[in-house]
Write a protein that binds this ligand. Structure first.
Ligand code: GUN
Ligand code: ZN
Length: 437
């Protein structure tokens, strides 16, 4: 297989940027090179240095003047919700009952699942997202469809069939035993196959009986290396209903705590309205609070207190996500634009380096996959995207007055979307051009 040598302006993070001038937090090469071999980055640095390490027959791709950054990571999305995104006028529980649950019943049909999985991953790629933590429907078939499609593209994705056995239509419920059995069969078939990762996925406390929570906890014990994904404290009515259903629990997070579902691989979608005790146990267990700004605004759920969560004495690990189809956009650039506004509404700021850290290395760390993706470091997997800061007339005009990398990143976040993503390398293979064709 021939090696590939990419040339462009390379940007990758080594840690959280404390401030806008914290240059030790990232590495930036004005004329950078990335040498790709066998799906991995084998050398990275100044172009001249990397070129010297490249062999004779190397295929050179010149992406100048564009930026090469690690593929974006989306820490929470629902692939079966593509055809209900932009559904009008409801808060969480009504939105679930009116739009989401009826839609998800369609995923019993494997062919439908495969079609939507294909279109969903096309959309991820078009937006520069190379890894997503995805919820499937309750049907085993939907997870099979998602993984088959993901495996065909050689994407590193994390997904699971939702476990839900109450408070939903009959066609959309499993049982504690069938949820356990189907999950176990899917783990055996898909976890570790190529780049696929299985996530144990009890949807949220409202749709699982205590018996099902026990089964989810049993799976978590049997498979401690797996991710667990669920929802937490998104909306006040949801919290009140959960307290009714689990009266013995100290609080909402206490439900997941009781069943052994908190830990460093647990992704807690939303986590907006947290009591201090809940934030403490989330921190102590190393669980991850997932910030879903477009969804939290769209459903009127609330404002995630990003900076306070980060700075508290027991800080939270934080990821960022689209939460499509409660979320309203597939782009992590659009997501962080809305995230910036949510944080601004609370009198705080998230600077552009922090934003780009979050959707690359930050999300990779939150998903415990930073040794594999989320940076451009040699030895990692070659999920790389090419960003064009002049992708639209409006961006081109604004770029005339941009004087620094920080300003350029902020422009990309504020005005950019899928049009700013020129190419996407998935394990070294150019994929956006394929999706577009
Ligand atoms: N809580 C439980 N299920 C869902 C879902 O599908 N979307 C959102 N936003 N919240 C949820
Ligand atoms: Zn969700």
């Amino acid at each position: 297989m021939t090696d590939t040598l990419l040339r462009g302006r390379t940007l990758s993070f080594v840690r959280w940027p404390e401030a806008i001038d914290d240059q030790g937090a990232w590495s930036y090469e004005e004329d950078g090179g990335l040498l790709l071999r066998g799906g991995k980055i084998v050398a990275a640095g100044a172009y001249a240095d990397v070129e010297r390490q490249a062999g004779e027959g190397v295929a050179k791709v010149d992406h100048r003047p564009h930026l090469l950054v690690p593929g974006f990571i989306d820490a929470h999305a629902h692939f079966p919700q593509m055809q209900i995104i932009a559904s009008y006028g409801a808060e969480l529980l009504e939105w679930l009952n009116t739009y989401t649950f009826p839609e998800e019943t369609r995923f019993l049909n494997a062919q439908h699942g495969r079609r939507i999985a294909r279109l969903f991953l096309d959309e991820m790629i078009r937006n520069g997202t190379t890894t997503v933590a995805a919820y499937c429907s309750v049907h085993k078939e939907s997870a099979e469809a998602f993984f088959a499609e993901s495996h065909d593209r050689n994407m590193l994705n994390i997904a699971g069939k939702v476990m839900m056995d109450r408070n939903a239509p009959g066609e959309l419920t499993d049982t504690p035993q069938s949820g356990y059995d189907d999950t176990k069969a899917l783990i055996a078939e898909w976890h570790g196959k190529g780049r696929q990762h299985y996530a144990i996925t009890p949807r949220f406390a409202i749709t699982s009986t205590p018996e099902q929570m026990e089964m989810a906890g049993a799976l978590a014990k049997e498979f401690p290396e797996l991710h667990i994904q669920t929802h937490l404290s998104e909306n006040h009515d949801e919290i009140a209903f959960t307290r009714e259903l689990y009266p013995q629990a100290e609080d909402y997070a206490g439900v997941y705590e009781h069943y052994g579902l908190l830990g460093p691989r647990t992704l807690l979608g939303h986590s907006i309205h947290l009591a201090e005790r809940e934030a403490d146990i989330i921190s102590e267990t190393g669980s991850v609070a997932v910030f879903c700004p477009t969804s939290n605004l769209f459903l009127g759920s609330g404002l995630f207190d990003y900076q306070r969560f980060r700075r508290r004495e027991k800080p939270l690990r934080i990821a960022a996500a689209t939460d499509v189809g409660g979320g309203t956009n597939y782009s992590m650039l659009r997501t962080m634009d809305e995230g910036y506004k949510v944080i601004a509404l609370q009198g705080e700021k998230l600077n552009p380096f922090q934003s780009f850290w979050q959707i690359t290395r930050g999300n990779a760390e939150a998903l415990s996959i930073a040794d594999r993706v989320g940076t451009l470091e040699a030895g990692t997997e070659a999920d790389i995207i090419v960003l064009d800061s002049r992708a639209t007339p409006v961006m081109e005009l604004r770029m005339e007055t941009v004087k620094s990398l920080a300003e350029e990143l902020f422009l990309l976040q504020t005005l950019g979307d899928d049009r700013a993503v020129r190419e996407v390398y998935v394990a070294g293979k150019p994929s956006k051009s394929i999706v577009a064709a």
